[in-house]
Design a protein around this ligand. Structure first.
Ligand code: PLP
Length: 392
């Protein structure tokens, strides 16, 4: 039977990883993969995570099953991290999931029982459309990004969502948009909340980079603002980046219901969705997050470590924009300092991206997405020179 199968197209980012590894040039630059890197190019285990792991190993007495929703204490402490101390907690239910991807998967699967269509920004993280397709949702793209300015095209986005049908699902990036780095302003989020409420649209907010933009609290502002205004909402959060536990697969799926009773029923439906997908989430990463968030000192240490990562990204953004300014004598790349999180679109065609790779050893995704955290300070000028050269 397997002879009927065709190989799927190779994953672009994974191919990039192996091509980079095989490149023998000393000055090669890896801006492809979506993981944080420190100034030495490493993606380290955070000290707060190491300490939580030490405590976990010392105290763990069983590895028996937990429920489909994972660790109940993780599910309790993750709510204020995302929704804030003043969250309408009685209307929110959280499920521990295998990463943000697991959260998106069960939330979209759940939503597909209620609605048939999802609106996804153009562009967006590739897995959004892939998961939506997998659960049978019809995908409608809404305009999001103005490549000429490097900023959100909010009027076009708003106009498109004003045409959406009541009950449609709308995917939103809570902060640090992937791949553009362009986020809505607070004023725009407020306007958008009005559209969502008026058109009776169901928001699905994906927040995978909380803490990498303006700060842990600041980055959750949009989620919290919408939660204060909308009767119902879905949120997918990831601990992969801000806790640096990518491979431990830790995230959360949240449902905000109109009442505690409706939220509880929705939660039971999400559990059923989890049961048929992966049954229950892996424990280790969530136990680490739980230990950190339950301990004031460890939480403070972790917050400091997130702040260090955030500052490095912000400094690199500033340094990069300044280097472009010097080299091009223009503010054409100033949007880099306005973008948030690890990603920005640098505005190269797939052919130019190929030239960057072949001639300069600069590895980035074909759509021109760069992971700012992949840069080392002493590579900034070489990177700018390469981009300016291929763009003629
Ligand atoms: C926008 C966005 N959402 C969700 C995720 C999911 O991350 P994970 O499943 O590793 O937690 C990612 C990861 O790259 C992402 O970029």
């Amino acid at each position: 039977m397997f002879e009927k199968l065709q190989a799927p197209p190779p994953d672009k980012i994974l191919s990039l990883i192996s091509a980079y590894a095989e490149d023998g040039r000393a000055g090669k630059i890896d801006l492809g993969v979506g993981v944080y890197r420190d100034e030495t190019g490493a993606t380290p285990v955070l000290a707060s995570v190491r300490e939580a792991e030490r405590r976990l190993l010392a105290a763990q007495t069983t590895k028996s099953y937990l429920g489909m929703g994972g660790d109940p204490t993780f599910c309790r402490v993750i709510v204020p991290l995302v929704f804030g101390a003043d969250a309408p907690a009685e209307r929110i239910r959280a499920l521990q999931t295998p990463g943000g991807s697991g959260a998106l998967s069960i939330l979209m699967g759940f939503a597909a029982r209620l609605t048939s269509r999802i609106h996804i920004p153009e562009p967006s993280w590739g897995n959004h459309a892939a998961i939506a397709r997998h659960v049978g949702l019809e995908i409608v793209r809404y305009p999001y990004f103005d490549a000429a300015t490097g900023r959100v095209d909010f009027p076009a986005m708003k106009a498109a969502l004003e045409r959406a049908e009541p009950g449609d699902l709308v995917l939103l990036h809570g902060c640090c948009h992937n791949p553009t780095g362009a986020d809505l302003t607070r004023g725009e989020w407020s306007e958008l909340a009005g559209v969502l409420a008026e058109r009776k649209l169901l928001a699905l907010v994906d927040i995978a980079y909380q803490g990498f933009g303006d700060g842990l609290e600041e980055d959750a502002w949009a989620v919290r603002h919408l939660a204060g205004l909308l009767p119902e909402m879905l949120v997918a959060s990831s601990c992969s980046k801000n806790f640096g536990i990518y491979r431990d697969r830790t995230g959360a799926a949240f449902v905000l219901g109109r009442s505690p009773e409706e939220a509880a029923i929705a939660e039971a439906q999400l559990m059923a969705e989890a049961r048929t997908g992966y049954s229950m989430p892996p424990d280790h990463g969530a136990a680490v997050v739980r230990i950190i968030l339950e301990d004031a000192d460890l939480t403070a240490r972790w917050r400091n470590e997130v702040e260090t990562m955030r500052r490095r990204i912000a400094d690199l953004r500033r340094g990069l924009a300044e280097a472009f300014r010097r080299r091009t004598n223009s503010g054409a790349y100033d949007f880099l300092t306005e973008n948030r999180g690890m990603f920005s679109l640098i505005g190269v065609t797939p052919e130019e991206a190929l030239r960057l790779r072949q001639e300069f050893g600069v590895y980035l995704v074909d759509d021109g997405r760069i992971n700012i955290a992949g840069l080392k300070e002493d590579q900034i000028d070489a990177f700018v020179e390469a981009v300016v050269t291929v763009k003629g």
